[in-house]
Design a protein. Structure first.
Length: 394
């Protein structure tokens, strides 16, 4: 088929058990949603900034009224490392919550999932990122995003930084039971946070469509997410109080999250992992730097899919070759990144050309799972050429 999925020779599965409550004002439904769970001890997981907001206070009040004992873990920072995870493990193994509510950005929601799992699985937290099995499912998880982009509210994935290397854990025990997505909660996000998180949603949609495990369901979700992100991200960045833009971006994040939890992500995320931590670069900003170059690189391998991606982004590729369509996609992404003030080359990050080979080796050694999901399998030399393009720019 021209869209890159062979219905005659390929089978696929799709699973997303999270109940979703979405829309402006949907946080008001939290008290009724909490009544559907049987619990006496609850845990709120968040970061130091979000825990001081009125939105957090509102969630805390709702949860407090529904339980006899409430604990709070508010140490989750952006790009959290193993030391914070170890602190969380000790905290939850002592408090033994019966429900976990994560409120904040992607890391807070990731750690709410880990809080649930670690409360009933007793081994070293780091071991689960190294292949140790999670044998028990923990208490229900509720996710409440205050920033649109990561999609963590619906994924069974958690990420932690281990000695400068990002580690990801994918396990069905991490699926949230409920996601409450109220776009109003993201209105207080700074322009920089809006930009980095929002571009992450765009990249999730793009990579899910490019993934070798994409399917008709994921493509439908990703295509819609891509269109919403292209339509509303710049508006949300320029006017944080634009509720329509915030709702559109929140929907893009949610839809892309549902899509990529089924398909996985590909080369842009893997490449980003090789420089994000060393450059102290926000996650979305690091991925978006790689995505336009990978879109061009992948275009010859997925001509039909490239046309679908372009169409979702509002680009007319009639008569264009796959490579030309890839460049059009990259050009639109660069326009958005320019509006958002995001870096567009590795040189912008202060990375020297002499560092590129070691970054390629890091990708192949530590993040090859993203290469496996990519529709065009690059050689080491092709990866080095790709990194060179990213360093110099188009």
């Amino acid at each position: 088929m021209s869209n890159g999925f062979d219905l005659l020779n390929r089978a696929f599965t799709f699973y997303c058990p999270t109940r979703i409550v979405f829309g402006i004002g949907s946080l008001s439904r939290l008290p009724d949603e909490l009544k559907k769970f049987n619990f006496k001890k609850a845990l709120l997981v968040s970061g130091p900034r979000v825990s001081k907001t009125k939105e957090y206070a509102l969630v805390k009040e709702c949860v407090s009224c529904a339980c006899a004992e409430l604990s709070e873990f508010t140490m989750v920072e952006a790009e959290p490392d193993m030391s914070i995870l170890n602190s969380l493990a000790g905290f939850v193994r002592k408090s033994q919550p019966e429900i976990v509510v994560g409120i904040g950005g992607g890391s807070s929601m990731d750690f709410s999932k880990l809080a649930s799992a670690l409360s009933v699985n007793e081994k070293d937290p780091a071991s689960y990122f190294g292949g140790e099995k999670i044998t028990k499912k923990g208490p229900p998880i509720i996710t409440i995003p205050t920033l649109a982009g990561t999609g963590s509210e619906v994924t069974p994935i958690s990420v932690v930084v281990d000695n400068g290397v990002k580690r990801a854990l994918f396990n069905h025990a991490l699926y949230p039971a409920l996601a409450v997505v109220d776009p109003r909660l993201s209105c207080s996000a700074s322009p920089d946070a809006t930009a980095s998180a929002g571009i992450d949603a765009l990249c999730h949609a793009l990579e899910s469509m490019m993934s070798v495990d994409s399917n008709p369901i994921s493509d439908s979700l990703s295509s819609k997410a891509l269109g919403l992100a292209c339509a509303y991200l710049e508006r949300a960045y320029c006017n944080g109080g634009d509720l329509e833009a915030r709702a559109g971006l929140s929907a893009a994040s949610l839809l892309a999250g549902i899509a990529f939890q089924a398909t996985g992500l590909c080369l842009p995320h893997g490449i980003a992992y090789t420089y994000a931590t060393k450059c102290s670069l926000p996650h979305g900003s690091s991925v978006s730097l790689a995505a336009p170059y990978v879109a061009i690189f992948n275009a010859p391998a997925i001509p039909g899919k490239t046309r679908l991606i372009a169409s979702a982004m509002g680009i007319d590729t009639c008569g264009a070759s796959p490579i030309e369509a890839g460049f059009e996609i990259a050009s639109r992404m660069f326009e958005i990144m320019d509006t958002l003030g995001l870096p567009q080359t590795l040189e912008d990050l202060g990375i020297n050309e002499s560092e590129l080979e070691s970054m390629v080796d890091d990708l192949l050694a530590n993040h090859y799972r993203f290469v496996e999901k990519n529709p065009r399998k690059p050689s080491r030399d092709e990866l080095l050429d790709l990194y060179m393009d990213m360093h110099e720019g188009l």
